[in-house]
Design a protein around this ligand. Structure first.
Ligand code: UD1
Length: 427
């Protein structure tokens, strides 16, 4: 028997819901606390498996860590080990943020290659290039990132070949430790980059320009522990907005940052969904016939690749032809096969999905093949006729806090249930 999420489709989501703290900000800010000479307290953390995994890694390395009610206390002064265990590291991509912070703290890091969602090749060459430019010796033998600071560990000019989130964060974390000035050109601009930079500034670092494509850092300052609250989760907000629109619901999301959602809001408005916002509230109302659209994923402030999957699920029942062009990751349409089993009419050619809207999806036993594919399965199940069972919920719980409870709050019929694994076809 395996645990699944069972969703009876057909309910219009209605009501109010609060968004949790940002996963991608949390997984960068928690490692950043390792650089301090005193304890930090980080608030508004989502209660998700990736946060527990980081907690366990920091404890294993020797830090004193407590996590309760969304607040993590981190005293990094006991850290003596530089080699987090592979069984934890392989659970998430962001594990490799430990490389620059262990370099800053101990001068060396031996971190197994990170895991994360299987969405195509996820090389780490830009990170290696950034660290090497700063004077770090990096060796990748045996699938372990073995890094050591050299006498040349100092600030420099770095041009990223692509505005990679991971490379920008890793380079920024290393650069605050390297003496002298670093400029990161073609940096990623995602909200979690800005949040990480703000946390570093609150620790005493000099970091300017985060949120633009040029980040300037004066490194080598002593960093102190800080009390900091992470931003709300952009992708959870977007997933809830899409779920509200797809079910022709009326949902008000509290605690969000509307400016982070502009690319999605623009697309929903184009479809004929009503979206209004004020301060930290976003209201999504959808009634009547929705229009098909073309979506192209891009780096921030473009349409986020992490919302591509729930968006595709919604478009599956929008009459007419929509298209979704995935430009960030090479292989992020595997979940489409699951949507097709529910009756969706979607052709994927390389990185473009052409979606011919069908009248309805039919409930099925479906598999979440990764975190955001899980979001697509949730949206599809909410609009399908009948009861769907989603397996692979451990992926979903990596990134969405209490998603079943939140959907129930909005009126959805969602339960966790143990079912026989044989009812699922092989994927
Ligand atoms: C982060 C997010 C993830 C999101 C993605 C894009 C976290 C923990 N994860 O992932 O949710 O989907 O940003 O917004 O924040 N690339 C290289 N070499 C590198 C690094 C990246 O070729 O060294 C390529 C990747 O294969 C991919 C693209 O660049 O095609 C973007 O990757 P990147 O922005 O680094 O994503 P992640 O940091 O892995």
């Amino acid at each position: 028997m395996i645990e699944t999420l069972c969703i009876q489709g057909g309910t219009r989501l209605r009501g109010e819901v609060s968004v949790s703290g940002g996963k991608n900000a949390a997984v960068a800010i928690i490692p950043a606390a390792v650089l301090a000479d005193s304890p930090s307290t980080i608030e508004n953390l989502p209660d998700i498996d990736d946060v527990y995994c980081l907690r366990d890694m920091l404890k294993w390395l020797g830090a004193d860590v407590e996590f309760k009610d969304g607040v993590m206390y981190i005293d990094p002064r006991g850290i003596t080990k530089d080699n987090p265990p592979v069984d934890l590291v392989s659970k998430m991509r962001a594990s490799y943020y430990l490389v620059p912070v262990l370099l800053g703290r101990l001068g060396s890091a031996n971190v197994p290659m990170p895991g994360g969602c299987n969405i195509g090749k996820r090389p780490i060459d830009y990170t290696i290039k950034g660290l090497t430019s700063l004077g770090v010796d990096v060796d990748l033998a045996g699938d372990v990132i073995s890094a050591r600071v050299t006498d040349n560990f100092k600030g420099t000019e770095i041009f990223l070949d692509f505005p990679s989130v991971g490379a920008t964060i890793n380079t920024m974390l290393a650069a605050v430790c390297a003496e002298g000035n670093t400029t990161i050109h073609n940096a990623a601009r995602e909200p979690h980059i800005v949040d990480t930079a703000n946390f570093l500034s609150s620790m005493g670092a000099w970091v300017k320009g985060a949120g633009t494509d040029v980040i300037r850092i004066r490194g080598g300052r002593p960093l102190h522990g800080s009390n900091y609250a992470v931003i709300p989760d952009q992708i959870e907000t977007g997933t809830l907005m899409i779920a509200a629109a797809a079910t022709h619901g009326d949902v008000t999301i509290h605690g969000a940052i509307p400016t982070h959602m502009e690319s999605l809001t623009a697309k929903l408005l184009e479809m004929g969904v009503h979206v209004t916002d004020s301060d930290d509230l976003i209201r999504v109302r959808s009634e009547g016939i929705l229009r098909p659209i073309s979506v192209k994923t891009q780096v921030y402030p473009g349409f986020p690749t992490d919302l591509q999957q729930p968006m595709t699920a919604m478009l599956a029942t929008v009459a007419g032809e929509s298209s979704v062009n995935e430009t960030v990751f090479e292989s992020r349409f595997k979940y489409v096969e699951e949507l097709k089993r529910m009756g969706a009419d979607i052709d994927v050619d390389n990185r473009i999905a052409r979606i011919h809207g069908v009248k309805r999806l039919t409930a099925s036993s479906i598999t979440a093949t990764d975190l955001r594919a899980g979001a697509a399965m949730i949206v599809a199940s909410l609009i399908a006729e009948g009861e769907s069972s989603i397996r692979g919920i451990h992926y979903i719980l990596r990134g969405y806090e209490r998603i079943d409870e939140k959907l129930r709050l909005l009126g959805a019929d969602v339960r966790r249930r143990l079912v026989d694994e044989n009812m699922f076809p092989n994927v």
